[in-house]
Design a protein around this ligand. Structure first.
Ligand SMILES: Cc1ncc(COP(=O)(O)O)c(C=O)c1O
Length: 447
């Protein structure tokens, strides 16, 4: 656990750093994930545990923006790339930072990729990976059902700023996807494992095969289903996350990650051509420390999010509500999800209830929050409390009416990210209380 600083203080030169202790402390970026690590929780547990500077059970926070060297020659060698973070040489924290790199290693273990690096937000992970993989005039084939911010980035921002254009397709229509991908022209196939708000599930292995046949890189946003599905283990080249959601679990941080080959992560950090290095949306090490402490219980949290979502979806359906949940056999992608999901975790923590009109959706959410405390009216997901939003007028409001119709977003669609606070039965009683109030005509317009 000797540190770079303490060794330097004792007068050792940069070239006399103990290579074994550096290797012990930091696995090289190129170390492949263990081949047997199928369950993400097992893979996470196999990742080396980083101890604190003084033997603390948690890793230390390397809060420095810049790093010193013992000899001027070392600086030159760091800038040529000869000495790098795999040998414990750091330049500046917008480039690799040790604490952020440690979280990146955990994310790589979770997703089964060779490497990963963390970003200031999910959107910066999405935008910097696309900008790294596409040059001006590039082409993306993307799912029509995407998080609104990503959809707008591809539909408006990238065409205007870089002439990177996107063909949007129904990701379930494999013939349409195949014909939209043009060998030699399309750079990236981009989709979400499970996508907002109708919980469309992409057939990851099949889509990857189709893209790889044409030499196209597959980037998958796995924000909705960490642990449940591991896209890279199913063939995807790159996995991106908004860590602001399930991975954080606290609705208190904005963060993202890019998980993929070491060559991609290193290219994104290149001092001359790297999107993360040059646009600068890397993660603050204090945020990295927070998130590293939450990853070990992500699996437990996901199991409970998923368990409650399945129980509530089943019961809501029995009550006659129009429920969309990929864990239910009547969901069009149930079989696809079942074939990809790691069994222990279930089918995801989100469900939708279609109340048909926005007025009925708003009334239900109002009662669920203000009469019975079932959940909170808020966008986002993965919090320990249930979060509810009417997708058409919130997270998908960027879409035109026609695009909403194509994506199956009814004006009364209420998306719920199911939390795990309180007991399952206590929260279910909150739901039924609000629903009976909604169905009582004498109480119309009263909370
Ligand atoms: C699927 C998905 N991807 C990316 C993002 C963007 O993440 P962030 O808000 O952390 O920038 C979101 C945010 O809601 C999301 O739902």
């Amino acid at each position: 656990m000797a540190t770079m600083i303490s060794k330097k203080r004792s007068g050792s030169s940069d070239d006399h750093r103990d290579p074994f202790s550096a290797a012990k402390k930091h696995q090289p970026l190129s170390k492949p994930p263990p081949p047997h690590a199928e369950d993400p929780a097992a893979a996470l547990a196999n990742a080396r545990h980083e101890f604190g500077e003084h033997g603390g059970v948690n890793m230390s926070i390397e809060a420095s923006a810049t790093f010193t060297v013992m000899e001027p020659e070392t600086m030159r060698r760091m800038f040529t790339g000869e000495l790098g973070p795999d040998r414990d040489f750091f330049i500046y924290s917008r480039h690799f930072n040790p604490t952020v790199l440690n979280l990146g290693r955990l994310m790589a273990s979770l997703e089964g990729t060779e490497a990963a690096y963390c970003t200031a937000s999910g959107m910066s992970a999405v935008s910097s990976v696309l900008l790294q993989l596409c040059s001006a005039g590039g082409h993306v084939v993307a799912s029509r059902t995407l998080y609104g911010g990503t959809h707008t980035l591809l539909a408006n921002f990238l065409p205007r700023t870089c002439n990177i254009t996107t063909s949007f397709v129904d990701i379930r229509d494999h013939e349409a996807v195949r014909s939209a991908m043009v060998q030699g022209r399309t750079n990236v196939l981009y989709f979400e494992t499970m996508s907002n708000p109708t919980l469309t599930v992409a057939n990851v292995p099949e889509l990857c095969r189709m893209a790889h046949d044409k030499g196209i890189t597959v980037v998958v946003d796995n924000t909705f289903s960490p642990m449940v599905v591991s896209p890279a283990r199913l063939g995807a080249d790159v996995v991106v996350h908004s860590m602001s959601k399930f991975i954080s679990g606290g609705a208190d941080l904005i963060a993202g990650a890019v998980c993929g080959p070491a060559s991609l992560v290193n290219s994104m950090m290149d001092t001359h051509q790297g999107s993360l290095m040059l646009l600068g949306p890397t993660m603050n090490p204090k945020v990295a420390f927070e998130l590293a402490g939450r990853l070990p219980h992500l699996g437990l949290r996901m199991k409970e999010h998923c368990n409650r979502a399945l129980v509530y979806a089943t019961r809501m359906k029995k009550l006659g509500l129009k429920v969309i949940y990929p864990g239910l056999e009547d969901h069009p992608d149930h079989a696809t999800l079942k074939s990809m999901a790691v069994k222990e975790y279930g089918f995801g923590g989100l469900l939708c209830v279609d109340m048909e009109t926005e007025e009925r959706a708003n009334r239900l959410m109002n009662l669920l929050q203000n009469c019975s405390q079932f959940g909170l009216m808020a966008v986002s997901l993965g919090y320990y409390e249930t979060l509810m939003s009417c997708s058409g007028s919130s997270t998908s409001s960027e879409l035109s009416e026609e695009e909403k119709e194509l994506a199956g977003i009814s004006p009364g669609l209420v998306r719920m990210s199911i939390g795990f606070s309180g007991t399952l039965e206590q929260k279910w009683s909150h739901f039924t209380k609000a629903l009976s109030r909604m169905q009582d005509p004498t109480l119309f317009n009263k909370i």
